[in-house]
Design a protein around this ligand. Structure first.
Ligand SMILES: NC(=O)c1ccc[n+]([C@@H]2O[C@H](COP(=O)([O-])OP(=O)(O)OC[C@H]3O[C@@H](n4cnc5c(N)ncnc54)[C@H](OP(=O)(O)O)[C@@H]3O)[C@@H](O)[C@H]2O)c1
Length: 160
């Protein structure tokens, strides 16, 4: 049986690193690790490759997905651990910061889905996992932009 190919987005972050540590122990999995600005220390090999991309930029996402497919031949699962948390009161929040949060937390998952789904459909198999947060349900006073993003993310999964 061929090995499953798992793409971890945001593998340089806290959750991404923890996921990598677990998946790396499984010999039946090949790992594609994505980072944006912070390099990943884990060494590359046949079963592990690293990719840099800004997930808010459409052609970078397209090229990332294409490279992973080219290197491993398929993409079975995508786990999206890339995200940002904007905290602050509305009257102290820049529109640019708000937009950047939307770009990373909502637009990036859309772009990833757009380019990976045709590959998964052609394989007749695929899993996409997006991170949200408990904040989407509970709310936290200064985390309202994050709450909105997380709620948006929860809706997005219904429209893949
Ligand atoms: N930690 C928690 O307790 C918790 C709880 C609930 C939900 N979450 C959600 O889970 C996700 C991951 O959390 P975390 O704690 O692991 O966050 P983190 O440590 O801050 O990591 C964030 C990741 O997102 C990547 N990233 C940020 N902007 C990007 C961009 N424009 N393009 C591509 N990648 C980008 C970062 O890449 P670089 O570092 O390489 O720049 C990093 O890998 C987030 O969506 C967070 O909201 C976290």
């Amino acid at each position: 049986m061929s090995k499953k190919v798992v793409l971890i987005l945001g593998a340089s972050g806290g959750i991404g690193k923890a996921l990598t540590q677990e998946f790396i122990k499984d010999a039946s999995i090949q790992l594609a690790l994505h980072y944006h600005t912070n390099q990943i220390n884990t060494p590359e090999g046949d079963a592990l490759k690293k990719y840099q991309a800004n997930l808010c930029v459409e052609n970078e996402v397209q090229s990332l997905i294409n490279k992973v497919k080219q290197d491993f031949g398929r993409i079975d699962s995508v786990i999206n651990g890339a995200g940002v948390s904007l905290s602050g009161m509305s009257w102290k929040t820049d529109a640019d910061q708000w937009q950047q949060t939307l770009n990373v937390n909502l637009t990036a998952p859309f772009l990833v889905t757009k380019f990976v789904l045709p590959i998964m459909r052609a394989q007749n198999f695929g899993r996409i996992i997006y991170m949200s947060s408990i904040v989407a349900q509970t709310g936290v006073r200064t985390l309202w932009p994050y709450k909105n993003n997380c709620q948006g993310g929860r809706q997005q999964k219904h429209y893949c």
